[in-house]
Design a protein around this ligand. Structure first.
Ligand code: ZN
Length: 239
């Protein structure tokens, strides 16, 4: 059965005249991310953007999403609280969510984490080296021990997130920073993955290793557990 992935992008920078992101992602970075997922036929990929009706995620679409990918930056405040609560409820019930780059400060991620989710940051065209620190984890499958991006925006510890349930990547930046850049969480029946690379003016989402991470993460985050029962139950062992 295919995994239904919805790539949500606020899609604002790429529509601003003269914004550098237009050169890199002329049709919006959601399409570059969607193309990465489409490399694997097990994913059924659609996109959604903030300015679409119901902010791109009407109830039916959200209910038919197995994994939601979230990219936002300058319009976090415009995302309606009601939508954030619906997304959180879907994750609690089993939907996966992958939060990318500046999505760390989205309402959705902060709601799910319960913390401020801020870090230090600078935009100085630094090189990023991403280390796999959990070999054998599904998200690191097929990736080298470490790989590099020639330029990324730097995020630096301390990153004010809860301690991840599984930490799969740590990044080093040539400006002297380090960051827990690939963080997994379990939330109710759902899974959450935060992945730091993906500034809108760099071609990060065309990088083959990054695309591999996105595909691996979407596979990992897909709902798979049997439905659990809660409340009063008859004893399991006979007396
Ligand atoms: Zn950025």
């Amino acid at each position: 059965m295919s995994i239904r992935v919805t790539v949500w992008n606020e899609f604002r920078h790429e529509q601003q005249a003269d914004h550098k992101s237009r050169e890199v992602y002329p049709n919006g970075l959601h399409l570059a991310i969607a193309d990465a997922l489409k490399e694997d036929p097990k994913f059924e990929v659609t996109t959604a953007t903030l300015d679409e009706p119901e902010q791109g995620l009407p109830e039916e679409k959200l209910n038919n999403t197995d994994v939601l990918i979230w990219w936002g930056h300058c319009a976090h405040a415009e995302v309606k609280d009601e939508l954030v609560e619906r997304i959180a409820a879907r994750v609690r019930d089993g939907m996966g969510v992958i939060v990318l780059h500046s999505g760390h400060y989205s309402k959705v991620f902060r709601r799910l984490m319960g913390t401020e989710c801020r870090s230090k940051w600078w935009e100085e065209n630094d090189r990023e080296r991403i280390f796999t620190v959990m070999p054998g984890h599904p998200i690191t499958a097929g990736l080298p021990e470490y790989f590099e991006l020639p330029m990324e925006e730097t995020y630096c510890e301390h990153f004010n997130i809860p301690t991840p349930d599984e930490l799969v990547f740590i990044s080093w930046f040539s400006g002297g920073a380090v960051l827990r850049s690939g963080c997994c969480y379990h939330y109710g029946a759902g899974k959450i993955f935060y992945f730091q690379p993906g500034h809108e003016t760099f071609p990060t989402y065309y990088d083959p290793n990054i695309r591999q991470v996105l595909k691996n993460a979407a596979g990992w985050a897909a709902p798979c557990s049997p439905a659990m029962k809660y409340g009063k139950h008859e004893r399991i062992e006979a007396k």
